[in-house]
Design a protein around this ligand. Structure first.
Ligand code: TXA
Ligand code: MG
Length: 331
């Protein structure tokens, strides 16, 4: 991991205090940060990303104790999850404290809070002292960045600086749990599994159908985390014939799979990802970016296994496969 000098942290803090944007590493993906208590600063995030203003952003905290400063009510379930999983890839949605800006919550009565588990993020948050509002540091609808250079190339002009903390260890965005409703509800699957959260809470989380189903009604899928190149997820059984048929039609596929296919398909551009879900998630976004940049006619992704360990990866792949013609609804 790259080491960020204390003087870089100081520069970043000074920029945040001036209301400028600072990109910083977290264990999940890189964040595009602004002072969460400055409306002007938070508005800059939306302008830089090209993101609709009614989408809420997560407030990052440097200390568990800061929960009290940002949430008006901390149910025992929230405290348990923060005690067990913070710092870590878990975002808690809680009733917001009165001072929390509408620009941060998208006008909702709740706020998303997370304490990231990355030494550079924590050093920045602690030196800054306040909350840092940060969505993933990508343009709206694009793939989240897991390396400093991804941010530099996509949003470099919009930020005062990009802190380089090396490749993100988790690689997909945090698990989001809504604790502002009657029953704790999973809003976004991530590295921390719903079953692990349920164990700590002593009861299973509610799972909206948009999270738990592997297929959703056409037209309701969000174009999100999406490469520009059309992407198809192909079953293990149909993978080889699909590649052959594309090539016979003169189309050039870039392939993301968990086994080496080059013995049977010569000159195939393939990225072979790890067979375990955590290793796969870590490299997924960087691999999609690479395939997207090479200008293939199609990105072909070998379907990943069923089961909870792969839920976050399946969710992101499904969104990436969604054609942009359908309505985008997220960030
Ligand atoms: O891992 C992560 O969570 C990364 C890193 C940078 O921390 N951040 C991230 O932020 O993925 P973003 O803005 O790209 O996604 C945040 C998600 C959005 O889907 C947003 O709708 C949801 O969190 N969210 C934030 N505040 C919320 C709230 N008050 N109620 C419901 N959803 C909320
Ligand atoms: Mg995002």
């Amino acid at each position: 991991m790259s080491i960020v000098a204390p003087s870089e942290i100081e520069r970043a803090v000074a920029a945040l205090r001036r209301g400028e944007l600072v990109a910083f590493p977290t264990e999940t993906v890189y964040g595009l940060g602004a002072d969460a208590s400055s409306e002007t600063a938070v508005r800059r995030i939306f302008a830089a990303k090209g993101r609709p203003a009614d989408h809420p952003v997560i407030v990052h905290l440097g200390d568990r104790g800061m929960l009290r400063d940002w949430a008006s009510d901390i149910p025992p379930a929230a405290q348990k999850l923060a005690d067990r999983f913070w710092p870590g890839p878990l975002t808690l949605i809680l009733p917001r404290a009165a001072h929390v800006l509408d620009a941060v919550t998208g006008g909702q009565p709740s706020v998303g809070l997370r304490m990231p588990d990355h030494p550079v993020a924590l050093a920045l948050l602690r030196a800054f002292g306040g909350g840092i509002a940060a969505p993933s540091a990508n343009r709206f609808g694009r793939i989240s960045p897991t390396r400093a250079e991804h941010v530099q190339s996509e949003l470099g002009d919009a930020v005062a600086l990009v802190l380089d903390g090396g490749p993100s260890r988790v690689g997909v965005e945090s698990t989001i749990v809504d604790l502002s409703r009657d029953q704790p509800t999973l809003l976004r699957p991530g590295h921390i599994a719903a079953s692990a959260l349920g164990e700590v809470l002593g009861r299973p989380l509610a799972m909206p159908s948009t999270v738990s189903n592997t297929t959703r009604a056409p037209g309701t899928l969000a174009s999100h985390y999406a490469p520009r190149t059309p992407l198809d997820i192909i079953s293990v059984e149909r993978l080889e014939e699909t590649i052959t048929s594309l090539r016979e039609r003169g189309l050039r596929p870039g392939v993301l799979a968990r086994r080496d296919l080059q013995a049977t398909h010569s000159d195939l551009h393939e990225i072979v990802l790890p067979e375990d879900a955590a290793g796969y998630a870590r490299e997924l976004y960087a691999s999609l970016r690479e395939l997207d940049q090479r200008g293939y006619d199609r990105i072909i992704v070998e379907a990943v296994p069923d089961g909870e360990a792969w839920l976050a990866v399946r969710d992101r792949l499904r969104r990436a496969a969604h054609r942009a013609a359908e309505q985008p609804d997220s960030d």
